[in-house]
Design a protein around this ligand. Structure first.
Ligand code: SAH
Length: 376
């Protein structure tokens, strides 16, 4: 019989799994809490390590369950401290996770799907078919891999010494197309006895799956980022084909209604700068007009080219002019220097499916490095 992973189970699911090996009755809750603590607060990778659990139970757990991490196919470290892991969950099931340390925080960029269905024209992942959704356990495991490598488990560690302080769901895939698993994973991340990250420090980025936005606010409650990239439907229809289903006004209406939206909890609008496509002063003016009334940050992202990409990055002078218009309208619009460039050097030569995935996660890495400071 193959072993069942306990990583990514909700608390009730964990209790049910333990009941299956006879941990029941008044003891059960306490035991489940203990094991939960060992997994997420202390980073136990084996039941053997769980010294507060009886030897007999540890042995029983090891017969049925596992805490095994995914295979790390590749781990890279940039000279600026950015780290990247290529993880394999099974044959052909590979994703990348990226860690971006900054002075006052460390952000982990996590994937939600292997591949993507959205086909955004400027995105490398869009050239690859969806393989499958990641499970909650596979999403959570990305955080565990980073915490393993960084010796960053929260037990007994003062908050100011934490290394992974923020998570952005900005890796491969569309998180709102994998709602249940993303929700379960974020609940574990935000559980004070789990991965212990505040929901203010977890950001979910969507290309604009309108019917799921309200539910994301109500049921997940993370910070929201929206990949807007254009202020006109003719342009967005091409860049983000999902726009043909949910146009800009429909998307922005859902944003205005996002549960919990306030000046302290703004929506981040991502806007990739594409030369001659969406980067004119008129576009900037229309953008701020469209966003009027939404507590927002605007994140301008220099386009990261890839082989065969049908676009170029805007000239720096144009990006600055665009940012000036956005700033004048009262929005912060940082354009940040990309991080970890040195470990992305081979971008131009990547070809195979799994290598394409690496390329797209690299773009996500650049993206999250530029993500504006989140409150809280
Ligand atoms: N599907 C979700 C999550 C992916 S987040 C979403 O669309 O929001 C990844 C971010 O990187 C998105 O804003 C995406 O539009 C952006 N991106 C994709 N390819 C890029 C590229 N080549 N250069 C810059 N940003 C890119």
């Amino acid at each position: 019989m193959s072993l069942t992973s306990l990583i990514g189970l909700t608390r009730p699911e964990l209790a049910a799994a333990l009941a299956a090996v006879g941990v029941e009755g008044k003891d059960a809750r306490m035991r489940a809490g203990q094991i939960w603590h060992w997994i997420y607060q202390r980073g136990a990778t084996s039941f053997e390590a769980m010294t507060s659990v009886s030897k007999a139970l540890r042995a029983k757990l090891a017969e049925r369950f596992t805490l095994e991490r995914p295979e790390i196919v590749e781990a890279q470290l940039s000279e600026d401290g950015t780290r990247k892991w290529l993880l394999r969950f099974g044959p052909g099931i590979e994703v990348e996770t990226v860690y971006i340390p900054e002075e006052d925080r460390g952000t982990l960029c996590v994937s939600s799907q292997v591949g993507c269905t959205l086909n955004c024209r400027f995105c490398h992942t869009g050239t690859q078919k969806l393989v499958r959704n990641l499970t909650a356990g596979e999403i959570v495991a990305q955080v565990l891999v980073a915490r393993d490598a960084l010796a960053d488990y929260p037990a007994g560690k003062p908050t100011e010494l934490r290394r992974v302080t923020n998570v952005v769901m900005m890796g491969m895939g569309e998180p709102l197309y994998n709602f249940d698993n993303v929700k379960a994973a974020i609940q574990i991340m935000a559980d004070g006895e789990g991965l212990s990250l505040s929901k203010r420090r977890i950001t979910l980025s969507t290309a604009g799956v309108v019917p799921m936005i309200a539910r994301a606010g109500e049921e997940i409650g993370a910070m929201l980022a929206v990949s807007l990239h254009a202020a006109r439907d003719e342009v967005r229809d091409v860049l983000v084909p999902l726009n043909k289903k949910y146009d800009i006004d429909t998307l922005l209406a859902a944003c205005r209604a996002y549960p919990g939206l306030s000046n302290a909890r703004r929506i981040t609008f991502e806007y990739v700068m594409l030369k001659g496509v969406n980067d004119s002063i008129a576009d900037a003016k229309l953008l701020v007009k469209k966003l009027a009334g939404i507590p927002a940050k605007i994140n301008l992202i220099p386009f990261n080219a890839w082989p065969g990409a049908p676009y170029e990055c805007s000239d720096w002078a144009e990006i600055e002019k665009f940012a000036d218009v956005v700033n004048a309208a009262g929005y912060a619009s940082p354009v940040r220097t990309p991080r970890g460039r040195d470990i992305m050097a081979a971008c131009g030569q990547l070809k195979s499916e799994s290598v394409k995935e690496r390329a797209s996660a690299k773009f996500a890495a650049l993206r999250s490095a530029e993500l504006q400071r989140m409150p809280g």
